[in-house]
Write a protein that binds this ligand. Structure first.
Ligand code: C2O
Ligand code: CU
Ligand code: CU
Length: 526
């Protein structure tokens, strides 16, 4: 069935109320439950999993410096409703089918509250993964104000749990940011963009098979695929919704919560986006862009000014990104080529909000302060069933830790992509800065391991010059980022955020370690 676009109004996820509010802390309880959700008024209700019975989950709003404690409760059934691939690591038959663990993406938190993939647990904490340590997670919210998002991160089934609906937004605010007088209240709107495919009966479709030439007799069924993109674009839980906007400025907190799909967004009115923030908070200055490319898990803080539009005008937010990005199929203008629609109506009051020319100071890292450089190669191999296998530094998740940055020391990570597609690489614990991207001779690199530059370093795009927790690593380039882990030590992960890649071993553990004791120092803690 063809769903009619722009039929349903855009829902705004509810803001979650804390169960308890202390002097400088809040306590929340969030339940993961199975329920039915209507993605479009022409579609029968769809079985989903969501936080607090909502898809996307309720927005959690906190004040900078307030400590948030959250009990994330798994009240899900014992059986998954999406196809589980038992051949993946930690998804074997000895593992409970339904396991969850919540990660607050982009948050600076201690490892015990970061949602390590092996810290999963089942319904009512009956069974726990090897790295499970605590039920209540603590978020200090000491970082810069920004939009984060919480989502499931259980080892081997993250793609299924997130696709089932386990994702929501989390916004940190501050007085300083409020003083900027950006559009706020009902004029500040989160946009969680995802994609789904529906079966005739309204149920969610997720592929269960994958074909390789000459498969071995024990080829897994169900099998993971190298990526999945749905044909229906969902914003805040509705397919191709519309939003009535007054003739004035709006602030949109955009999140790409899709498994694999990138979006190259434009406004059909030809207007520009005014981007004011990236993953880790406000940029130094607003940047005007005709087009924004947003990778899975990236956030973009964007102002759109509708004040010069006539009432009655309809503006489509379009998408021109190929899938897989950026070498696959062109989007279809009637389905994945469009995201949502804005309908301009007259202003109900004067627009007194502003977009200041200076937003926030960003202290730049300098290459000359780098203590250590690490190369992270993106490798394409084959697993034991001849399926494509993406890896980082030719390692699988279960191979031991190879990255052990010292807390507080600046490092340069060089992500070397010799493959075909763009991989969105995400680091836990910190926000980093993008240094540049340098084109290389990939054939020479794969044959000899020698890096031969084929062009000048390319500076990050204007909207990438703020704090980031994810970087788009394009093929044929070395993408260089400057990272400084801290203030916490311990075990985290970094990974590709295409969820089918992440689940199929494009994820690695990482240990943030204390500085080694220098022999000349008398006092030593260890
Ligand atoms: Cu948004 Cu490790 O993930
Ligand atoms: Cu993360
Ligand atoms: Cu990838």
């Amino acid at each position: 069935m063809r769903l009619r676009p722009f039929m349903d109004p855009l829902p705004i996820p509810k803001v979650l109320k804390p169960k308890e509010r202390g002097k400088n802390s809040t306590y929340y309880e969030v339940r993961m439950v199975e329920f039915f959700h209507q993605f479009h008024s022409q579609l029968s209700p769809t079985k989903v999993w969501g936080y607090e019975g909502q898809v996307p989950g309720p927005t959690i709003e906190v004040e900078q410096g307030e400590t948030t404690n959250v009990l994330w409760i798994n009240n899900l059934p014992d059986k998954h409703f999406l196809p589980i691939d038992r051949s993946l690591h930690s998804s074997g038959h000895n593992m409970p089918e339904v396991r969850t663990v919540v990660h607050l993406h982009g948050a600076e938190v201690e490892p015990e509250s970061d949602g390590y993939p092996d810290a999963w647990y089942t319904n009512n904490f009956q069974k726990c993964g090897p790295r499970f340590t605590r039920k209540v997670y603590t978020y200090p919210n000491t970082q810069r104000p920004t939009a984060l998002w919480y989502h499931d991160h259980a080892l081997g089934i993250t793609r299924l749990n997130v696709y089932a609906g386990l994702a929501g937004m989390y916004i940190i605010r501050s007085e300083e940011e409020r003083a900027l007088n950006l559009p706020s209240g009902i004029y500040e709107i989160p946009l969680v963009i995802q994609d789904k495919t529906f079966n005739e009966d309204g149920s969610l479709f997720y592929p269960s098979t994958f074909e390789v030439p000459n498969p071995p007799p024990d080829f897994p069924n169900p099998s993971i695929t190298p990526g999945f993109a749905g044909d229906t674009i969902i914003v805040n839980g509705k397919a191709w919704p519309y939003l009535e906007v007054e003739q004035r400025k709006y602030r949109f907190r955009i999140l790409n919560g899709s498994n694999e799909r990138f979006y190259k967004m434009r406004l059909s009115s030809g207007q520009q986006f005014i981007q004011i923030g990236s993953d880790g908070g406000l940029l130094e200055r607003p940047v005007r862009l005709d087009e924004i490319t947003i990778a899975p898990a990236e956030r973009m803080d964007v102002v759109i000014d509708f004040s010069n539009q006539e009432p009655g005008t309809s503006i489509t937010l379009t998408n021109s990104a190929r899938t897989p990005f950026d070498f696959g199929a062109e989007p279809d203008p009637s389905t994945d080529g469009r995201i949502m629609q804005f309908r301009v109506i007259p202003r109900t009051s004067e627009d007194t909000s502003t977009v200041p020319q200076f937003l926030s100071r960003i202290k730049r890292y300098h290459e000359c302060d780098v203590k250590r450089t690490r190369d992270i190669t993106i490798d394409v191999g084959q697993d034991e069933y001849a399926r494509p296998l993406f890896m980082l530094n030719n390692h699988e998740f279960m191979d031991g830790v190879a990255e052990d940055p010292v807390v507080g020391e600046l490092e340069c990570w060089r992500i070397i992509n010799t493959g075909l597609g763009v991989h969105p690489i995400h680091l836990h614990q910190i926000q980093f800065q993008i240094l540049d991207r340098i084109p290389i001779d990939t054939a020479a690199y794969t044959q000899t391991g020698q890096i031969r530059y084929t062009g000048e370093p390319e500076s990050p795009l204007p909207n990438e010059r703020g704090w980031k927790d994810l970087v788009q690593a394009p093929p044929g380039y070395i993408t260089r980022i400057l990272v400084k882990f801290g203030p916490y030590t311990g075990r985290y992960v970094y990974h590709c955020h295409i969820l089918e890649h992440e689940d199929h071993d494009m994820m690695r553990p990482l240990d943030v370690v204390k500085p080694k004791c220098k022999p000349e120092k008398k006092l030593c803690e260890e």
